[in-house]
Design a binder for this molecule. Structure first.
Ligand SMILES: Cc1ncc(C[n+]2csc(CCOP(=O)(O)OP(=O)(O)O)c2C)c(N)n1
Ligand SMILES: [Mg+2]
Length: 1020
């Protein structure tokens, strides 16, 4: 709106002296250096000058002619133009003519230029309140500090003086919601300002004018500016009161019983709990059935007891420390602290709706749970056919320090509107206690509000004074309604304080003395609310006392019961996981081959392209080659093996989802899972056509936003939900996976041990040394291996009929060399009764390597096969390709290696015709294939044992192999650790050289060294 912007500038230039009259006296314009946060500077009532009451001037008495002088000529011209074509004039003039004049030009003479000026100014003032009203809202319960107040909120800036307060002004009637739509074109300035202050500057500050959607803004204006601010009836007040009392008394109880235990209480933010319950209740009124909840440390123990409703005796057991003692309850993992635990329970809302709440476990890493919650919610939506995204919603609770500080919050929000990642909106509650550990907001963020990130996503933000219980409830309701109406995110910023230190044993006076002087004497939000309800006669003191008594009794009864409480087996399996085995229950190993006729049929369905699409000619050829592979049964490459694994799993009824940067085509152009019609741009996905009328999204392949942390976290959450899904995240190059290191370290590698939550996420991490420099060579295999929980000095039970090696391991790390083995390892993820994360060092140049091909027979499950026949399941180790007998005394060297270096070694061996060298491929590094390694050691009793890798010595698998190989040798009496020779790159700081020539030299040297005639004396 040009006129709006122009007028703003003009009024700014014409700034009048600021006056001390009623509506702007507490405005204090501060320079940005002085700005502090969230406090509103209140002028004491005694200093407020009562306004004089000038007599109103009716419109009819304004005589100054509008048609006077040049403005009349200009207006006449404009009016003519407007009458001929309303769109020919600026929008502002169109509105003006419609409102002021309509087609009744006789009124024109009654309107003065002054009046137009005033009306426009008033419009600006209304708009200023909508935009900046939140800045003078009473948000801070402690009333500390001052905020920078925009001059736009001072009526004097628009030329109004105190004497104008009771004058009538023409505001017009607008096709806009809220105050301007009420068909009251004429109002006094006082009435307008009163309304605006009430709407925008009370204990809720609304930020929504950044939203570029009139319908949404109008929806909000209707609710914010309406005279009828939603009132809570007595019954509702009682519910809120009881919830608030629970929130406070429960924490106080914990404090008295376990005074030194860390519980990260809400203390000072108790209203957040009833607020959260309002979100759930309101969302349920609008159709929500499942809530996926992610919280920070603070308030988690409170939410567990009061919202998720984990039995209190069970929580008290945790505090007693009696839960984790070894007992007959079976696998307990290594456990986690109470304020990280997950749980899920059924909940009845205030309106008797059933809602299932899943609190997602999280690590200490603040905000890391955000994308996980989103992924889990999205998976719930898929599995419950919730295409409207109404039934399953996510709620996230953030800290005022972590939300602006942690980039993953932004990465997660960035997923919110993407077609394959959207969850239809998240309600965010920010526990804004105005401090982060010991850090004040002005050191913790550059933005004014801790919620400013929301503005990048067109989400409304409702800042609310955490001491005003009903305001918190109202803001939370509004957020839930918004989410269910517009299917997008909304944020509630609960401005509160922290009564004690960062945790219960911390001393806050060390760093925030002034703040804590105020906090020390500050009543609780419960005190305020009880007082308000009793004084207004909504509830009686007896009712309040009754609530306290009831809560005290329950808390004490549960405390007594907790002493002898024997918790049920931990709820580590949610409903979808029923029947899945824990690490202490044997799950037999299954074959993963597929019948030849099924393979052929499925293969055909995913290689036959419809006539009406025109693929790029390279893609056409690509698919023709796949047809050829299928028909001949020869030369099946990596990409096709993968497609066959996906397709067969889909045919068996599983959901398959692959996400990551550029995964649709494949970074290396080897997948082409989505075909783009070259004439129309229409997309066609062959894997959508495995089953007749295949369900939408049953196969999902999706290019993601350029994020690792966020997207990997999302896929982790997705795969938490339902075991009947193969969920994969692919890195562009394996190197980039370390952007998601928090997800790898704190979720993937340890979720089962810490939280008893299994997860079958697959990470596909392109890895391999082909001269592309330090950032495109290594997926940091060593880190995954270092995090594996196997004891390198103990060989576990390896008998295939009873082994639980893989179940007891935290994850699987593979570096595969054949397409068929890749096919089987993917299928194995689903064809078992447990789930384990799978880390795949996936290939780059093997994608097109002429030797890296498989025959269809390697995919086929032959009827009557020996149960453990290798070709029908994943091969943990691939023996030397030469046909060796059980004992090969003439072999002088056995090279153990993993991944693509095998092909370089094999090629060189062929060139020099070294028949006395055997090369074994360790396809699965973790869990370590002790049985198969020992078999090979026995086969070559006289051979020198060499570990060959292309990574530098301090990287790759060397340090992992060394003790395990030694353990394997020791039990066979095959020498000591010094008998294990190393061939590979020297230790290095960077993963690889940046010079291609040096790469080639290094690669050729290591291959030659592995094949040299003389014994290898390195490093021992
Ligand atoms: C990623 C991460 N970095 C650092 C920490 C250590 N830490 C724990 S709580 C905290 C302050 C959090 O402040 P805020 O988000 O305001 O939450 P509050 O404790 O005030 O509720 C910090 C820095 C952490 N847990 N996670
Ligand atoms: Mg904080």
């Amino acid at each position: 709106m040009a006129w709006f912007r122009a007028a703003t500038v003009i009024t700014k230039r014409k700034l009048l002296q600021r006056s001390a009259w009623n509506f702007a006296p507490r405005i204090q314009v501060l320079s940005s250096q002085q700005k502090t946060f969230h406090a509103t500077n209140f002028t004491p009532k005694s200093q407020v000058v009562a306004p004089s009451k000038p007599s109103p001037v009716p419109l009819s008495r304004l005589t100054d002619s509008f048609l006077y002088g040049s403005s009349s000529t200009y207006l006449e011209e404009l009016q003519k133009a407007w009458e001929a074509d309303p769109s020919s004039v600026d929008e502002s003039w169109d509105i003006f003519f419609r409102n002021y004049i309509g087609h009744d030009t006789s009124r024109i003479s009654q309107v003065s230029t002054k009046q137009i000026q005033e009306s426009m100014s008033l419009m600006l003032l209304v708009r200023a309140y909508q935009m900046y009203g939140h800045m003078i809202a009473k948000l801070d319960p402690l009333e500390l500090g001052q905020r920078q107040i925009p001059q736009e909120l001072d009526p004097a800036n628009y030329g109004f003086t105190e004497s104008d307060l009771d004058r009538e002004f023409f505001l017009g009637a607008w096709k806009i919601s809220g105050i301007l739509s009420e068909n009251q074109p004429v109002r006094t300035l006082r009435s307008i300002l009163t309304r605006l202050e009430k709407a925008y500057c009370g204990t809720i500050g609304y930020e929504y004018m950044h939203i570029a959607d009139t319908e949404k803004c109008n929806w909000l204006r209707d609710r914010i500016e309406s005279e009828e601010t939603a009132k809570f009836d007595r019954e509702h007040c009682l519910v809120i009161l009881e919830r608030l009392a629970w929130s406070l008394k429960y924490e106080m109880f914990l404090g008295t019983k376990w005074s030194s235990a860390k519980r990260f209480g809400l203390e000072g933010a108790e209203t957040l709990i009833p607020g959260l319950q309002e979100v759930i209740d309101r969302a349920a009124d609008f159709g929500a059935e499942n809530v996926v909840l992610g919280t920070t440390h603070r308030g988690r123990v409170n939410a567990l007891g009061t919202v998720v409703k984990m039995p209190l005796r069970r929580i008290f057991c945790e505090f007693n420390g009696t839960l984790n003692s070894p007992d007959e309850r079976g696998y307990t993992g290594t456990g986690d602290v109470k304020h990280h635990l997950g749980a899920s329970y059924d909940h009845k809302t205030r309106n008797s709706k059933n809602v299932h709440i899943s609190l997602v476990p999280n690590p200490s890493h603040l905000e890391a749970v955000d994308p996980v919650v989103e992924g889990k919610t999205r998976a719930k939506q898929y599995f419950s056919n919730d295409s409207e995204r109404i039934k399953n919603i996510s709620i996230l609770i953030h800290g005022d320090g972590s939300l602006p500080g942690q980039g993953v919050a932004y990465e997660s929000l960035h997923l919110s509107a993407l077609p394959n990642y959207s969850t239809g909106g998240t309600v965010h509650l920010v526990l804004n206690n105005q401090v982060a550990f010991t850090t004040d907001p002005d050191s913790g963020r550059s933005s004014q509000y801790c919620t400013d990130i929301a503005k990048a996503f067109d989400s409304p933000v409702f800042h609310v004074n955490g001491d005003d219980m009903e305001a918190v409830a109202r803001a939370c309701q509004l957020a839930a309604e918004w989410r269910q109406t517009f299917h997008s995110d909304a944020m509630v910023d609960v401005v509160c304080y922290r009564r004690f230190g960062h945790n219960e044993v911390d001393e806050p006076f060390l760093t925030q003395p002034m703040m804590y002087k105020v906090i020390k004497n500050h009543p609780t939000a419960l005190d305020f609310y009880e007082k308000k309800l009793v004084e207004s006669g909504v509830v009686t003191q007896e009712e309040v006392d009754g609530i306290h008594k009831k809560i005290n009794k329950i808390l004490n009864d549960e405390f007594l019961a907790s002493k002898d409480h024997v918790p049920d087996r931990k709820d580590w399996l949610s409903a979808n996981w029923t029947g899945f085995k824990s690490p202490d229950q044997l799950s037999p190993i299954r074959n993963t081959g597929v019948k030849i006729e099924t393979l052929k049929k499925i293969g055909k369905s995913i290689t036959t392209l419809p006539d009406n699409i025109t693929p790029h000619r390279a893609v056409k050829k690509f698919y023709e080659q796949r047809v050829q592979m299928l028909e001949s049964g020869e030369g099946i490459d990596w990409g096709f093996a993968e497609a066959l694994a996906f397709a067969t799993l889909i045919a068996e009824g599983n959901h398959v989802r692959l996400s990551g940067q550029d995964v649709e085509r494949g970074t290396f152009s080897h997948r082409h899972a989505i075909i783009h019609d070259q004439q129309t741009g229409v997309k066609y996905c062959p894997l959508d056509h495995v089953n007749p009328n295949q369900r939408k999204e049953m196969f999902t392949v999706s290019n993601s936003t350029l994020s690792e942390y966020g997207v990997m976290g999302f896929e982790f959450g997705y795969s938490m939900e339902n075991p009947h899904s193969l969920v994969m995240w692919e890195a562009q190059f394996g190197d980039f996976a370390n952007g998601g290191q928090v997800i790898i370290d704190n979720f993937l590698s340890s979720c089962e041990a810490k939280w008893l939550r299994q997860n079958g996420l697959v990470l596909l991490l392109p890895h391999g040394y082909d001269g592309q420099g330090p950032e495109h060579s290594s997926a940091r295999l060593e880190r995954f291996l270092q995090m594996s929980n196997e004891n390198p000095f103990v060989i576990p039970e390896m008998d295939p009929k009873v082994t639980k090696q893989i179940q007891e391991c935290n994850w699987q790390v593979v570096n595969i060399t054949t397409p068929a083995n890749y096919f089987h390892v993917l299928r194995r993820q689903i064809h078992r009764e447990f789930r384990k994360p799978l880390i795949v060092m996936s290939p780059k140049n093997l994608l097109r390597h002429k030797e890296c091909k498989s025959k269809i027979s390697e995919f086929v499950d032959v009827e009557g096969n020996d149960e453990h026949q290798e070709s029908t399941k994943f091969m943990r180790l691939i023996k030397d390709k030469n046909n060796h007998s059980q004992l090969e005394e003439g072999v002088r060297r056995v090279i153990l290696c993993s991944g693509k270096v095998y092909y370089d070694l094999d090629e060189e061996r062929g060139k020099i015709n070294a028949k006395d060298i055997a090369i074994c491929r360790v396809e699965q590094l973790c869990p370590f294939p002790y049985d198969l390694i020992q078999q090979e050691l026995k086969r070559y009793p006289n051979a020198e044992i060499v570990w060959c890798q292309e990574e530098p010595m301090n990287m790759g698998a060397y340090y992992y192999m060394l003790p395990r190989l030694w353990t394997s040798m020791k039990t066979l009496g095959r020498g000591s650790m010094e008998d294990i020779k190393y061939v590979g790159r020297d230790p290095a700081a960077a993963t690889a050289t940046g010079f291609y020539k040096i790469h080639q030299k290094e690669q050729s040297e290591l291959v030659h060294k592995a094949m040299q005639n003389q014994p290898i004396h390195y490093p021992f």
